[in-house]
Design a protein around this ligand. Structure first.
Ligand code: PGA
Length: 243
């Protein structure tokens, strides 16, 4: 694992955007795996800025997002499709038909998930997958479990995740109870992985994920087995790591 320890959220965002833009420059028709949540927003802002300055061209880039709430349509302002359109896609020259998010409006979980797996395969897999980490160690919505779920599947969100995500909703009861998420195999098949982490509240789980035993109880720990992971984390997030 390549580790960049940076000062704060701003530096983390800039470094992450640098790594993503290097991927786009080296392979203009690359497949980027993208993530939602608060952590990547600063990196997305930076990418938009570099695009506006004429330094980054997304016209051939394809994207696949990790997850989506089941039951939310793309026009719902709490959906991850809406989040991606607002925080990244509307600010860059990407073709919307090249952007993919699991279809939260599809009630048939099996249909939604198998279509998503097939789409990722048809694109030739993911060149660079961006990841955040949840307080329980989840990546995507792969929650602590007794196994590493392989491909895109429907999950019941844990109380901790519902609690963490309720800040985006009017009240906790409005947070959907289920989501579609890429599985660990989809993520691990990405050629490169970029994990971004910020803040003291993530220090304990980050130390467990990077330095603890590999276990599905800490889903992000599986990244220790991937041959090309870059971690960009700020000092607060890395404060409980041994190195
Ligand atoms: P956050 O979410 O970036 O909002 O902390 C990370 C995650 O849950 O994967």
């Amino acid at each position: 694992m390549k580790i960049y320890k940076v000062k704060n959220y701003e530096e983390m965002s800039r470094k992450a955007a640098n790594i993503i833009s290097a991927q786009v420059l080296l392979k203009p028709d690359c497949v980027l795996g993208l993530a939602t949540g608060s952590t990547p927003v600063g990196a997305y802002k930076q990418l938009i800025e570099w695009h506006k300055q004429g330094d980054l061209d997304f016209s051939q880039v394809k994207t696949v997002n990790l997850d989506e709430y089941k039951g939310l349509t793309p026009d719902n302002d709490q959906s991850y499709r809406y989040f991606m359109n607002k925080n990244l896609f509307s600010g860059i020259n990407i073709a919307m038909e090249n952007t993919h998010v699991p279809n939260g409006a599809e009630a048939d979980s099996e249909a939604a998930c198998s279509a998503y797996n097939a789409m990722i395969r048809d694109l030739g897999g993911i060149d660079l997958q961006l990841l955040g980490i949840g307080h329980d160690g989840h990546i995507g919505f792969n929650e602590p479990d007794s196994v590493f779920p392989a491909e895109t599947h429907c999950v019941d969100l844990t109380p901790l995740t519902i609690e963490a995500n309720k800040r985006f909703f009017e009240k906790a009861e409005d947070v959907p109870r289920q989501a579609y998420t890429m599985g660990i195999k989809n993520i691990m098949l990405a050629r490169k992985i970029l994990l971004v982490v910020s803040g003291a509240d993530k220090a304990e789980i980050l130390a467990k994920a990077v330095e603890g035993p590999i276990t599905p109880q800490v889903p992000a720990s599986v990244l220790q087995l991937h041959p090309d992971v870059t971690l960009v984390a700020d000092e607060a997030a890395m404060s409980m790591m041994k190195l």
